[in-house]
Write a protein that binds this ligand. Sequence first.
Ligand code: ZN
Length: 183
Amino acid sequence: MCELFCVQATCQRQYKQNEVDGPISPSESTGNTVTDIVSPGKRSEMMSGIRAKDTKPEMRVRKALFSRGYRYRLHRRDLPGTPDIILAGRRVAIFVHGCFWHGHVGCNLAKVPSTRTDFWKRKFELNQQRDEAAISALLAAGWRVLVVWECFVRAAKTEQVLETALSSWLESASSTGTLQSIP
Ligand code: ZN
């Protein structure tokens, strides 16, 4: 059984074999503690540093891009930070960040857990630093970088809202962009 704070490689493998969890649904994200947001299995995955792929927000972003005629590649490991989505011809890298795990500052979905607060704060800081370093490296290599936060995708009630926001940035000349929904 994978304990909450277990980060052993053997434990990761054990968990992956037993993985049965689906994506997080918005209805689960109630209350002020993260206990209610993620299932024990999902927490184990997060704690063990396994990157969540094919999450619901990411799937919606992919679908929106495809609808507008953009073609992309996924999870290019040879690029800094392994961007979730790459538009190679346009030299664009897109990250779809889960607000909790990436410590989205000021976001309702990124509340620090009420237990082991210092541990979690440190975790989030490290993830934020890693994200920033990846973006800097991509920009330095001539890539444009867009960060799409989970809260923005959730707040986009129609696919058209998402598609318009994505294509507006893609067709702009901005080297960086952030799509987020902060109250
Ligand atoms: Zn957020």
